[in-house]
Design a protein around this ligand. Structure first.
Ligand code: SAH
Length: 368
């Protein structure tokens, strides 16, 4: 067993089983052994590839979304451009290049990066040298004011709790220590507070159904919504997930581009859970913002001009580069790629109107 599993086993032996969310937080965020604390997990040689690492087109189109949002905000002379969970800094670098097409927008937008991993913040600092960016470990220290925010594949990394429907009621799935001394999943013997949080759509689910809840994701959606509603602005959240939860566990481990066992070798595999976009939209509306979508990533990118951008890049590309551009378009936008599994949600000030890329997506209905 690796060093982090040994630490978690010791903690459980001392204080009892932990929630799946606590396990996920340790596996991803332990200061020494946590997956994101160890270094750079992205790309072909790493564990998984995200949309901005597939092609510069993704970040460029998100940059255009930022410019359009800033203009809808009334083109304020200063606004914060926040990225949450910036990875290698590729998305921000590509977005800033596209934003610079409108020099007034680039001059007004002040980049702020929210990153918990010192190792990845160092990668981002090197990538974004000269961009005038500021780093934070949480949204709380980002200056208040007009805001454009983006987050790609951050929400899926936020810890989830899981509760399972049993004949005796909802019971939380906990991480404990099995007879072999290794980490194992066991149901809590009595109801825990998480049972109260089961979404309405699953309350009558049959025995065996699992509800997954991400309290930290709701807290972050609430914070973003409060900021855009208090002044002006919008946040774009792109991730894999659905509008309503499926009633089964989605927490998965990925290592070397293949599925792995979530409890095996903590800190050595990425852990991610499908984002419950409906829950984020409800949290945003309750905080006074409008929520748009989710719309499938493919539709979102095409609405922002993916086809045109690819055509323009292809025109000055060598034949093998042109073929690579076509492959990237399919990976980003086709149903067999990320086109439908991944979705975009916008949280916006109610007066902003339909954000770019969300035309035809009615604002998720208001609570009143
Ligand atoms: N957006 C990037 C990286 C996605 S991976 C891309 O698309 O390529 C998730 C990123 O979120 C990593 O940079 C990770 O270190 C960071 N992260 C994880 N938990 C976080 C948290 N609670 N707050 C801020 N960043 C976090």
């Amino acid at each position: 067993m690796n060093a982090l599993e040994a630490l978690i086993v010791r903690r459980i032996r001392a204080a009892g089983p932990i929630t799946m969310a606590d396990y996920m937080a340790e596996a991803l965020g332990h200061p020494v052994h946590g997956y994101y604390m160890r270094g750079d997990p992205f790309g072909r040689a790493g564990d998984f590839t995200t949309a901005p690492e597939i092609s510069q087109m993704f970040g460029e189109l998100v940059g255009l979304w930022c410019v359009d949002t800033w203009r809808r905000m009334g083109a304020p002379g200063r606004a914060v451009l926040v990225e949450l969970g910036p990875g290698r800094g590729t998305l921000m670098a590509d977005a800033l290049r596209a934003i610079a097409v409108d020099p007034a927008a680039r001059a007004a937008l002040d980049p702020h990066l929210v990153e918990t991993s010192p190792a990845l913040a160092a990668v981002q600092r090197a990538r974004l040298a000269g961009a005038g960016a500021t780093w934070h470990t949480g949204i709380g220290t980002v200056p208040e004011g007009p805001m454009v925010a983006i987050a790609n594949e951050l929400f899926d990394a936020l810890p989830v709790r899981q509760v399972e429907r049993t004949p005796a009621g909802w019971r939380e799935r906990m991480v404990g220590v099995g007879p072999d001394g290794r980490l194992t999943v066991a149901l809590a013997p009595a109801a825990t507070a998480a049972a109260m949080l089961v979404p309405a759509s699953l309350r009558d689910a049959p025995s065996g159904a699992v509800a997954e809840m991400a309290p930290a994701a709701l807290v972050l959606a609430d914070a973003l919504a409060r900021r855009v509603a208090a002044r002006v602005g919008a946040a774009l959240i792109v991730d894999f997930g659905d509008e309503t939860p499926a009633g089964r566990p989605t927490l998965q481990a990925v290592r070397g581009h293949a599925r792995a066992e979530p409890l095996a070798d903590p800190g050595e595999a990425d852990l991610a859970a499908a984002v419950d976009f409906g829950a984020l939209a409800r949290a945003a509306r309750e905080a006074g913002a409008a929520a748009w979508g989710p719309v499938p990533q493919g539709r979102f990118l095409h609405a922002l001009g993916l086809g045109l951008r690819a055509e323009r890049l292809r025109r000055r590309a060598a034949p093998e580069q042109a073929a690579a551009i076509d492959v990237a378009v399919r990976r980003l936008a086709a149903p067999e790629g990320m086109g439908t599994l991944f979705k975009a949600l916008a949280i916006a000030h109610p007066a902003l109107g339909t954000p770019a890329g969300f035309a035809g997506a009615a604002p998720t209905e208001s609570p009143c």
